[in-house]
Write a new protein. Structure first.
Length: 163
């Protein structure tokens, strides 16, 4: 398996997990753990926009951060994520190797494309983790991410205790 295939495999799995976390954000919640923090919906919209920006950057050779206005509801954010997610995975699979192995412009500097892709994947996972810490204080539950969560207890699995 080459690096682009490995990345696409990870992207596909992480995207499904991200979708589960986003789906748990209660519509209408404006919870933030601190006045300086963003709401879960704001972070979710950043994830949607980052995913789109990243694949476009590798396809076009230039990363441009110009997100559209944030939707008014979490349902709209999740619908946007669902609409683009399968398409983005398809685009990763179809991305020509020279684009993966090439460079892209990011804030006026040329950068190697594949390390940028990995970096953005990790950034998206980081933001998903932020959202997962918001879920219980918002009155929701935490889905399985890399193993059982205290909210989705599975009998018989080592370490599956209520967190």
């Amino acid at each position: 398996m080459n690096e682009k295939s490995l990345f696409t495999t990870f992207w596909t799995k992480e995207s499904a997990t991200t979708r589960k976390v986003l789906a748990r954000i209660p519509d209408g919640s404006d919870y933030r753990p601190d006045a300086k923090s963003r709401t879960a919906r704001e972070i979710a919209w950043q994830i949607v926009c980052e995913e789109k920006m990243l694949i476009e950057a590798l396809e076009n050779g230039k990363a441009e951060w110009a997100p559209p206005p944030e939707p008014a509801t979490m349902k709209e954010v999740l619908d946007a994520y669902d609409k683009q997610s399968a398409e983005v995975i398809k685009r990763w699979k179809e991305l020509p190797d020279p684009k993966w192995d090439g460079e892209l412009e990011f804030f006026g500097r040329q950068r190697p494309a594949s390390p940028m892709a990995w970096g953005f994947l990790f950034d998206i996972v980081h933001h998903r983790g932020q959202i997962s810490t918001y879920l219980r204080p918002m009155g929701s539950t935490v889905p399985q991410i890399y193993g059982p969560s205290g909210d989705e207890h599975r009998h018989g699995l080592p370490g599956s205790v209520k967190a």
